[in-house]
Write a protein that binds this ligand. Structure first.
Ligand code: ZN
Ligand code: ZN
Length: 145
């Protein structure tokens, strides 16, 4: 198979594998609460402080409607609390609950372990090879993203 065909096959397999997901994480989720990776990612973002629906939509590059749907379940499961702003009652802030905190941490660790997998693979290549890989990712990003 030509390298171009392998790149093509890889990306198509990747898209098929990550359908309905907004991110690629390697390895199994260690949380026993069943959530989507988007919901877990929302918990992780709330670790650093309160955010609005609009903040989350921007941060995740997904629609406000998608955020609302994800957040609604998180509130129902008592993983996130929705608090109305004292000054402007139209604005609600989302905060992480005590129950949500361990999942937020687990998700952050899953991101870390995913990065470690990439680092382990890259460490198998010489510095020069890594420069080539860097250029390849750069060129591809310019064309595709
Ligand atoms: Zn997880
Ligand atoms: Zn995530």
């Amino acid at each position: 198979m030509l390298l171009s065909e392998r790149v093509d096959a890889f990306f198509n397999a990747l898209i098929a594998k990550t359908e309905h997901q907004n991110e690629l994480l390697i390895g199994k989720c260690q949380s026993d609460v069943r959530l989507t990776s988007t919901q877990e990612h929302i918990l992780m973002l709330l670790k650093d402080g309160k955010l609005t629906n609009t903040d989350l939509a921007k941060e995740l590059s997904i629609s406000q409607a998608a955020v609302s749907k994800a957040v609604k379940q998180l509130v129902q499961k008592n993983l996130v609390a929705s608090v109305k702003d004292g000054k402007d009652g139209r604005v609600s802030y989302l905060t992480l609950t005590e129950e949500g905190a361990p999942i937020a941490t687990e998700h952050a660790e899953h991101h870390q372990s995913t990065l470690q997998v990439y680092e382990t693979i890259l460490a198998q290549f010489s510095e020069m090879d890594q420069e080539v890989i860097d250029r390849f990712v750069d060129e591809l990003s310019r064309k595709v993203l």
